[in-house]
Write a protein that binds this ligand. Structure first.
Ligand code: HEM
Length: 169
């Protein structure tokens, strides 16, 4: 009796449009978003560090550092977010993957907290740190870790932003 051949179909492999994940906002093939995200990540962690140092030493210098780092982190985060969002809307293979939207939602929540943390400090760097500034810094640092980790997952697990594999090369 002839054996029936069962063919497994991977819906992602089937849809060739989903393969177009290559970054369009890039310089010589290097995604601009990946270059920019280092700034909000480092600055958000710096805000937390400066807040903790202010709490420990009561030196107003650290409160000023935290205020300016909160401003720089938010500004660079928004610029990085704009490049990521253009990528998300332009590239079909990025837009079609739910993981990209998860990253977008995480990032928008993060940028909201970063913006609030900066706005809260305007005009009173010192008075803003304890307790609300420090609490927002902890929340922003935690969410930065999650969003950054998830961004790496997009690239390394789902190859989002990368060129498709070249066969026979
Ligand atoms: C606001 C909307 C955002 C969108 C739509 C977005 C979208 C993306 C996309 C599509 C990628 C894949 C690489 C590429 O195509 O450039 C990516 C990677 C990444 N994103 Fe975002 N992103 C956003 C904001 C952020 C923010 C605020 C952070 C900072 C924590 C961040 C951290 C990362 C990281 C670390 C990577 C991996 C970069 C690499 O290793 O090459 N993203 N993002």
């Amino acid at each position: 009796m002839p054996q029936r051949q069962i063919e497994l179909i991977d819906p992602v492999e089937e849809n060739r449009a989903l393969h177009e994940t290559e970054s369009r906002i890039a310089i010589a093939g290097h995604p601009v978003h990946a270059m920019l995200v280092a700034f909000p990540i480092a600055l958000t962690m710096s805000v937390l560090g400066a807040d903790l140092l202010y709490w420990w030493t009561a030196d107003p210098f650290w409160a000023r550092v935290a205020g300016w780092a909160a401003f720089g982190g938010f500004l660079m985060g928004v610029i990085a977010g704009i490049t990521g969002t253009i990528e998300l809307l332009l590239v079909k293979g990025i837009r079609n993957r739910s993981a990209s939207w998860t990253h977008f939602i995480l990032a928008v929540m993060l940028l909201s907290i970063m913006g609030a943390n900066w706005a809260h400090r305007i005009g009173d760097f010192e008075g803003a740190v304890l307790p609300l500034g420090l609490l927002m810094s902890f929340a922003a640092a935690g969410l930065t870790a999650v969003t950054g980790w998830h961004g790496g997952k997009l690239v390394f697990d789902y190859q989002i932003g990368t060129k498709p594999h070249q066969k026979n090369s």
